[in-house]
Design a binder for this molecule. Structure first.
Ligand SMILES: O=C[C@H](O)COP(=O)(O)O
Length: 249
């Protein structure tokens, strides 16, 4: 039985006051759920978010971290800084980090290595561009993103990994992969991991879908057998929408 997960990536949204308000509303409205629920506020609000959710089952996670232990990396955050404030799950490889901040597979592999050494949990994001799908290269692109960053890990390291398949053309665009497209890709991902490792690794790893998930489409997407939850952007910024998505799991 794989963990079901619904994670909200707040990206660069919400001031400290707004973060407090949204967290209070979420904590108050959170339904009974079998899913793990996570939220990723911006760095400056992480400490306050951890305190605010002290009594809640909602886990606060980070949107990013650097691979280095410490040093001259202006503007960056280390694994130890996150662990020190009780955050042990981190998003790595989001397409916005890849596209806007030059994060290559090589950099992501270093981040993953550091996170595993620090015994953190990684929510690893990947997914194809629209042109990859149009040219029927989406499976090849996804396989290479996984291979370049994750396939040299020991099988035992996979207990630290949660995957988030996010087709770039569906992020923030209102255009969602159909439930069938999501299932097809998630099944492909599981088959690829089975071939690279074995089915005990592939069957246990949770694979989330991300890209314009909203209350109206969450249930159908989550009903697919290889979709174990969602990484939610825009719709996680409103408590009522996020709660409806959690209820859909
Ligand atoms: O991290 C979340 C994803 O980028 C999805 O964002 P979205 O739900 O706004 O499309």
């Amino acid at each position: 039985m794989r963990n079901k997960i619904v994670a909200g990536n707040w990206k660069m949204n919400k001031t400290s006051t707004e973060t407090g308000e949204l967290l209070n509303e979420l904590a108050a409205k959170l339904p009974d759920t079998q899913a793990e629920v996570m939220v990723a506020p911006t760095f400056v609000n992480l400490t306050a978010a951890v305190s605010a959710l002290d009594e809640s089952i909602i886990e606060v996670i980070a949107q990013n971290m650097h691979f280095a232990e410490s040093g001259a990396y202006t503007g960056e955050i280390s694994a130890d800084m996150l662990l020190d404030i009780d955050i042990d799950t981190v998003i790595i490889g989001h397409s916005e980090r890849r596209a806007s901040f030059g994060e290559t597979d090589e950099i992501l592999a270093k981040k993953v290595k550091t996170a595993i050494e620090k015994e953190m949990r990684i929510l690893f994001c990947f997914g194809e561009q629209l042109e990859d799908r149009k040219s029927d290269n989406h499976f090849k692109v996804v396989e290479s993103q996984l291979r370049n960053v994750l396939f040299s890990l020991d099988a035992s390291a996979w207990t630290h990994i949660v995957l988030a398949y996010e087709p770039v053309w569906a992020i923030g665009t209102g255009e969602t992969a159909s439930p069938e497209q999501a299932q097809e890709m998630h099944a492909f991902i599981r088959k690829t991991i089975t071939e690279a490792f074995d089915s005990s690794v592939a069957d246990k790893v949770s694979i989330l879908y991300g890209g314009s998930v909203k209350p109206a489409n969450a249930k159908e997407i989550f009903s697919k057998p290889d979709v174990d939850g969602g990484l939610i952007g825009g719709a996680s910024l409103k408590a009522d929408d996020f709660v409806e998505i959690i209820k859909a799991i």
